[in-house]
Design a protein. Structure first.
Length: 210
């Protein structure tokens, strides 16, 4: 929420430091939030589908983002955008199916597909596999490396195995504090802070160091 500035709408939220996208400091007081339009997309576990078919839902985000796609080439556009991530196969035969009749895992994949169609530069994934069964968890873990080839992916997870598998760089936050950052392999094999080591070992995390 700090990256897409949603925290600005929470009166109880505050942060220190700076966040840059390229050369642009997006936390600067005079920052124009319109800069983020179309650049970021955020996936959460809450269902963002609209009543209607799978196709209705895929087209909804394109309309919201004002993406210009000619009517006669809609299916071709969907295939072109989703096939590189292995998502087209999930929906090509179900475009006229009611989106709410899909399983929970398939609905989440549909929500992800929605976000990818406007071609964001940064994709924010907030616990994308929370509560999912093994098969759909593996599907997400198969898709994320493909996403990383075309965009920056920021993944929030409490799953150490998933963090090790999917990330190149780790930022460890605990109780609102940025504790440690580093390359993934070094972070898990040689953590610099005791608090990080305790977390990785699944030991009790002490209160913040004074």
């Amino acid at each position: 929420r700090a990256i897409n500035r949603l925290n600005d709408f929470l009166h109880t939220s505050h942060y220190r430091g700076e966040i840059y996208i390229g050369d642009e400091c997006i936390t600067a007081p005079d920052f124009n939030r319109l800069f983020l339009t179309g650049k970021t997309a955020m996936f959460t576990t809450s269902n963002s589908l609209i009543p209607g078919t799978v196709l209705d839902n895929l087209l909804h985000n394109l309309r919201v983002s004002r993406k210009d796609v000619k009517k006669h080439s809609i299916v071709e556009y969907l295939e072109k955008r989703l096939e590189p991530y292995g998502l087209w196969r999930d929906f090509r035969d179900y475009l006229q199916k009611n989106a709410y009749s899909l399983s929970c895992g398939a609905q989440r994949l549909l929500c992800l597909a929605q976000l990818l169609l406007p071609e964001p530069d940064i994709l924010l994934l907030d616990e994308p596999t929370l509560g999912l069964g093994r098969d759909f968890t593996l599907r997400f873990e198969e898709i994320v490396p493909r996403l990383k080839k075309n965009m920056t992916v920021v993944l929030a997870t409490q799953n150490n195995r998933q963090a090790t598998l999917l990330s190149d760089f780790i930022a460890f936050l605990y109780d609102g504090e940025l504790v440690e950052t580093g390359e993934t392999m070094k972070f898990f094999s040689r953590p610099a802070r005791r608090r990080t080591e305790d977390y990785i070992s699944r030991h009790y995390l002490p209160k913040k160091e004074k």
